[in-house]
Ligand binder design. Sequence first.
Ligand code: GLU
Length: 291
Amino acid sequence: MTLLTFRFAPSPNGELHLGHAYSALLNQRMAARAGGRLLLRIEDIDITRCTPEFEAGIFHDLKWLGLDWQEPVRRQSEHFAEYKAVLDRLIAEELVYPAFMSRGEIRAFIAETGKRGRDWPRDPDGVPLYPPLDKALPMKERKRRIAENAPFAWRLDVEAAMARMPGALSWIEFTDETMAATHTVEATPQAWGDAIVARRDIPTSYHLAVVVDDALQQVSHVVRGQDLYAATGVQRLLQELLRLPPPRYFHHRLVLGPDGRKLSKSLRDTSLAALRQAGMSPQDIRRLIGL
Ligand code: GLU
């Protein structure tokens, strides 16, 4: 039997909070019960928001919590060349296109449609879908703009991509952390429109880096928060397009704040560092999150 592999994959763009502690410790527990291994991956592709200080904080917090992971730690910012090679495959297969519109231009375009009384569709995070203008640009015009150094991101042509899927696209989800039962979830990547596959400044995006790394690190079980449930659809599509083996998924409950809202990195009150400074022990944290 092959070794089951779990991973915890935080981004060093803020301090870890109770929700991260839950995810990390749940991964550890599930890996231990399955006789598998746990990997740690630092998802720091956003070089403007991720800092060495936040990364150091992550290591400090996780060691303090008692998390054990197998070395080496994979740091995504050290692997841009690998993501670029995968992106180049998608470009060659004409599954992505250069998207030139700035946020302001997208807003203006949508406001125009709104004036004509049409509601513009939004993705599961509430962000308006990317307008179809750039997808329709003639090749000559694309080349002209690129030659003129116009900034652009690469976006997935989700329609073209779905047209290449032979059957229904789905993923296998565990119904709970015991991993005793599974069910199949239909993937609907179209809900995101033409998702970003590579950002303006870097040759990857969250979705692309995650699927490449999960495959490369032979991750068999992705255990992460419910907030990433809808994102799994795009990731499943990318796995199929890139012929990568799909892991199994468990999207766990979120740790909510006292007012019932989702915890966020910008709210320092729930950060693990703040709780530690206030005198809490790792056992107190476990008790707080019910693990
Ligand atoms: N890096 C992501 C985050 O911190 C998690 C990605 C994942 O688990 O797939 O939200």
